[in-house]
Design a protein around this ligand. Sequence first.
Ligand code: AKB
Length: 341
Amino acid sequence: MRKQAILITGASGEIGQALVQSLHEQGSLPIIALDIQPLPEGMRQLVTPLQGDILDRSLLSRLISEYEIVTLFHLAALLSTRAEFTPEAAHRVNVEGTLSLLQLAAEQSEWRGEPVKFIFPSSIAAYGLPDLETKTSYARVREWEWNYPRTMYGCNKLYCEQLGIYFSKHYRQLAADRPVMLDFRCVRFPGLISAFTVPSGGTSDYGPEMLHAAAQGIPYDCFVREDVRIPFMVMPDAIKALLMLTQAPQENLKRQVFNVTSFSLSAEEFRQRVLVHFPAAQITYKPDLKRQGIVDSWPADLDDSAACRQWDWQPDYDADRSFDEYLVPNITRRYQVVNEP
Ligand code: AKB
């Protein structure tokens, strides 16, 4: 008999590390943690680590010969800035990788006679507003508005949302027997901020970078203008959103893709909050017009009322609580420990 398990791809990434911790604390099924990078030391004893590429079909086949995957959190992706340097490679990882995992989950659903839950984090990058005037007038965008991404990563996320819906509703629609289809659920995240990991390869990274630099006493040049505004969320709320959506009763869900958010700040409001806690921080503006152009195309805020109504979504951390209770104490401790002799 195969062992039941949860599969997490991109497990070494920011969301992956926090999700593993949380699932482990909840006492979940065994976790298979797949990533192309080695897992951080402290995580290895919590999971079955598997180092490899999501594009490696033989690795995925070996995996399902041993395990019955019940829930799949597909987190592996090349983020928005990195993807712009190698758009074709990003397409391979972000789209072909997702397709191959959807196929795996579809096959597993058939074998089990029960849908595999396929949980997919999408992003504000799925939106693309044409100019700042439009961004100001459509402050809180709804899921179906302005789906005109202008990054490879945003295009990949938007298309993979559609692929997920296809696999959960229409896959093999011409076959004689209707297959047992997977259960696809997706959240569109704002810029995420963790106190324990530093992001890399994203375009919302200026927020967390400001904070981590300030805590280390390192000067920081912010790569967007001071008035640039996007929504943010701290990692505990991101994990809460993924787990709440995973557990939501199917009959309550009228959609499969949901905005979630917690607070929206301009770069200057972010900087001011950092300065309250780290008054000596040296944060200046040195906009990179191209990266800033990407952030300018993202919405200033998200309308997450569908998630609130359908699965009782509510963030635990507003901006004050995020800085005062989660970010500042944990980041301060993190660098104190690192700097101690
Ligand atoms: C990125 O900046 O690419 C990500 C995102 C907003 O999805 N953090």
